[in-house]
Design a protein around this ligand. Sequence first.
Ligand code: BTN
Length: 322
Amino acid sequence: MLKPLTFSILRHLSDGEFHSGEAIAASLGVSRANIWYALKNVGQAGVALRRVRGRGYRLAGPIDWLDADQVARELGEESALFRIEILDTADSTNTRVLDRVNAPHGLVIAAEWQLAGRGRLGRPWHSALGDALTFSLLWRFPQGAGSLAGLSLAVSVAVVRALVRAKVSGLMLKWPNDILWRHRKLAGILIEIAGDAVGPASAVIGIGINVKLSSTTKAQIDQAAGDLGQAGCTMKRSALLACVLSDLADVLRLFSVEGFGPFAPEWQRLHAYHEKRVTLKMPDGSAIAGKIAGAANDGSLMLETKSGMRRFYGGEISFRHP
Ligand code: BTN
């Protein structure tokens, strides 16, 4: 866990030049010992720092900081739909938004460094300072939680649209909502719903996009992971956040009225495993073999099995056959 002072120092070093401990201390109004202490553990956050006797400190590589004003500028008029907060650190941005589920619609919390990101099926989501875009959006729907089953698939379409606008090609989806680049996981979505089955529901839409993963982060991830750097995209995280929020706004507006149906053809075109023979691994450990027939309008996976066409709402596609 890094202290606020550490973030102030890292921002101070963002010009990429050497700064002496003395100069940093004077400009931040603290002692040199405080500076040394605050920078002692930056390696934990994936930050590489050069320390040279007589010259001071310098960042080994730039940090792509988020900037709420820039996000708002890039969004233009659409920025009125969102209230964007950027935290230096958060355990999980989904947890931060869930804690404020009664906040105004459109709250966005993004973290420079997410310490305990959560993925689907109770898995961790790994990232380091500035190497991923990690944020969550609070969005209210008039319909009950029961009709939001296809939401995560619609959101995956929005993320792909945004990444295509950011000039990323070779994107595909894996049911229910993994975003792949050349069969490597590039982005993930975790949606948590508060509200009952019939009344209005609040969705916390959490999105993680790998921007430029450090080798340490890559080593923590237990599957093939890709990042935007590999995909040739150099868009900065603030511009990317604006791009994704803009496509999300369009998709969520239509989803609110018509559900997943209008997005189903686009989702299916992007699905990497359409008509492939797969095994669906269920959370209880069972496995069902079949051929993927697409996603239904409620977001369920349609699988042609030996006992006929079946729909699944959970589970994980695998190519290992039982
Ligand atoms: C998955 O593919 O398993 C879903 C990953 C979702 C990760 C994002 S990062 C921002 C938000 N906060 C979290 O704790 N999780 C989501």
